[in-house]
Design a protein around this ligand. Structure first.
Ligand code: GCU
Length: 648
């Protein structure tokens, strides 16, 4: 698309296919999508594409006789310089095509292979926190750092959906198959997407459909009142049930392959079943029943906590909330209700333990929610590749042998980091988070570093691989070093969440405290003397987190309040660790910037300039973080830096 960054699908990646002869067998919308790709590639590079049997280098075949249930998988075979992709479902063919694109020349050359690929997770979804009308505080995209919305502009659906099609193509190429098109905080204009404005959603769904992506909608639990004029939204009220059934029937008429609803209820001021003395299972099952005849799913978010906390009250712990609210309801959710759980117990901090809810509800389908949009990880002004963090989360085993990636039976979801910015994600290197999410959702145990290399190779070409990898691979840990230490979290500016403010939330109602005083820092979440949160884990992890001696360093302040002189497993005291990591973090940013500068001439100049500009801000901000955090702890503790560096 003109004027828009090609991201990981620059023309060149289609050369190996575009110079060859392809035979494409099968029919239907997605086969036509693949055909369109092949025609474009061959027009550019001189190859040929035929839909009839004949000689070929690449055979793409939709064959529903070979494994009728396997709609998304495909078999890829290579030998004698030729390749074959066979799929029993159209999505599988689309994914098989992009698999061949990713392989490049290797798709045809090299040792003979025959492999079957299929996604480990059925639902691989992006949630857009996009508002239809510009919100006075949150703007067009809540927590969006890449311009406006791809879908909505100033109260209306965009008329030109070419950009949405280009987006759908990028998503399909990394395996995403579902998109929720509006914010989980459903305001007035957005509520109406469910009813009289459903045609606008249908237009988006029409574009996404061609890329194998189903469209989902965030709805307000109060819809029967605000849209239907009923006196109640009580989930057990027969009239309310009829209202949802009728509304959902109309949605389905407009969008036959509608994916379902996303609901944020009784959370940060959104309406929910608590108002009627009903449970969250009652609430979710109401919508599940309405969606059931059409094969839709309700994604019910577990982000329920008290945001009117009193900091003087040491018995309430926000980290406990999701587990306390939802585990008693295990087994009560309908089969097409999915409980969508944030990966950590708080809110997408740079370091959190895995939510103890994951693995604790065996009778409930859970989806795990990640945040691609970098709300707390540098807001797409800082380079922060989240692959290693997500990979750690997905490989974490609440019980031995059951990693999170397998427990997420209801899907993997990420909050999108995309907007109408020409680079899609503001920071061009943040595109890697989108790509990595798609690839990890396909295979949660995939090697994140391999995915990064794949992304760099496609986006920048082989010459840039080592340089870009050096800039990105460690960027999450670097970010962690210069921000909130040892798992304690937050310490951000309230409201917008960018930049340091150690006590910004310390006496606020949001429940995100660090309890630093002159003697020590951290939150005692042990069973023995703290909030008891550590006891929400199964035996294995409950024991690990319970004591200072066994708790891993990187989560120490999440679970324990310790003196500044406490010696970590690394051999350093807590306060010296804080000083050292903050100096190191800034040095690492400076080094990454230097490495980026060295890539001038190897990387496309416009992209290079955008990243270089962001690095200026990252370095400024990292210094600010370093100085504020170090000064804060120096002044609190009075302990000087062992190395005598400047602490203000
Ligand atoms: C965070 C974020 C909010 C968002 C909320 C959610 O708290 O700051 O903007 O609405 O998460 O996930 O619902």
């Amino acid at each position: 698309m003109q004027g828009v960054d090609p991201a990981w699908l620059p023309d060149g990646v289609f050369r190996p296919i575009g110079t060859r002869r392809t035979v494409l067998r099968g029919s239907g919308l997605l086969v036509d999508t693949v055909h369109g790709e092949l025609v474009a590639a061959c027009a550019r590079y001189g190859g040929g594409v035929s839909r009839e049997p004949g000689p070929y280098d690449l055979l793409l075949e939709l064959d529903d006789s070979f494994s009728p249930d396997d709609a998304e998988g495909f078999t890829y075979e290579r030998g004698d310089g030729r390749a074959t992709v066979t799929a029993s479902g159209a999505r599988g063919l689309l994914y098989g095509f992009f698999h061949a694109v990713r392989l490049g020349e290797e798709a045809f050359l090299g040792e003979p292979v025959r492999e079957t690929h299929r996604p480990a997770v059925g639902l691989r979804m992006l949630d857009h926190w996009d508002n239809v009308a510009v919100h006075p505080v949150m703007g067009q995209v809540e927590r969006g750092y890449a311009g406006g919305s791809l879908f909505w502009e100033d109260g209306r659906a965009r008329g030109d959906l070419d950009r949405v099609a280009a987006y759908g193509r990028l998503l399909a190429s990394c395996g995403i198959n579902a998109v929720a098109v509006n914010n989980v905080n459903v305001h007035e204009a957005e509520a109406r997407l469910l009813t009289d404005r459903i045609s606008e959603v249908a237009a988006l769904a029409g574009v996404f459909r061609a890329y194998g992506i189903r469209t989902h909608l965030s709805v307000t639990f109060a819809a029967p009142i605000v849209l239907g004029g009923l006196a109640t939204a009580d989930p057990l009220d027969p009239e309310v049930r009829r209202w949802w059934a009728a509304a959902t029937a109309r949605v389905h008429e407009a969008i036959p392959d509608f994916g379902g609803y996303v609901v944020k209820a009784d959370s940060e001021g959104q309406p929910g079943p608590f108002a009627y003395g009903r449970s969250h299972a009652d609430g979710a099952n109401l919508l599940a029943a309405a969606l059931e005849p059409y094969g839709g799913t309700v994604h019910w978010r577990a982000f329920v906590y008290d945001h009117h906390q009193d900091w003087r009250d040491r018995t309430t712990d926000r980290a406990r909330a999701a587990y306390d609210h939802f585990t008693p309801l295990d087994g009560e959710f309908a089969a097409n209700a999915v409980l969508q759980v944030k990966h950590g117990p708080m809110d997408f901090q740079v370091r959190e333990p895995v939510s103890p809810l994951i693995g604790a509800m065996p009778g409930t389908r859970l989806a795990v929610e990640l945040q691609a949009t970098q709300e707390y990880t540098g807001q797409q002004r800082h380079v922060c590749w989240l692959g290693p963090m997500w990979s750690e989360v997905l490989r974490f085993e609440p019980e031995e042998g059951s990693p999170v990636g397998e427990l997420a039976r209801g899907g993997l979801v990420a909050v999108s980091n995309v907007g109408d910015d020409p680079f899609w994600t503001g920071h061009p290197l943040a595109q890697a988070n989108l790509y990595t999410f798609g690839r990890l959702a396909w295979r949660p145990d995939a090697d994140a570093g391999g995915i990064l290399d794949e992304w760099i190779g496609l986006t920048f070409g082989a010459d840039a691989t080592a340089g870009v990898r050096a800039v990105m691979a460690g960027s999450w840990r670097t970010y962690e070093k210069y921000t909130a230490p040892l798992g304690v979290g937050f310490m951000v500016q309230p409201g917008h969440h960018y930049g340091p403010s150690v006590d910004g939330y310390e006496y606020s109602p949001w429940g995100t405290y660090h309890f630093a005083d002159r003697d020590g820092v951290g939150v005692d979440r042990s069973v023995a003397s703290g909030t008891g949160y550590a006891g929400q884990y199964g035996k294995r992890w409950a024991e690990v987190y319970e004591t200072v001696a066994s708790c891993p360093d990187e989560l120490l302040l999440f679970f324990h309040h310790v003196p500044y002189g406490h010696v970590l497993k690394s051999g350093k005291t807590v306060v010296q660790h804080i000083y050292d990591t903050h100096f190191e973090g800034v040095d690492e940013v400076a080094e990454a910037r230097r490495r980026w500068d060295a890539l001038a001439g190897v990387v496309d100049p416009v992209r290079h300039a955008r990243v270089a500009e962001r690095f200026e801000e990252q370095l400024r901000s990292a210094r600010e973080w370093r100085d504020q955090i170090n000064s804060y702890f120096f002044r609190k503790s009075g302990v000087p830096d062992e190395h005598g560096r400047t602490i203000y």
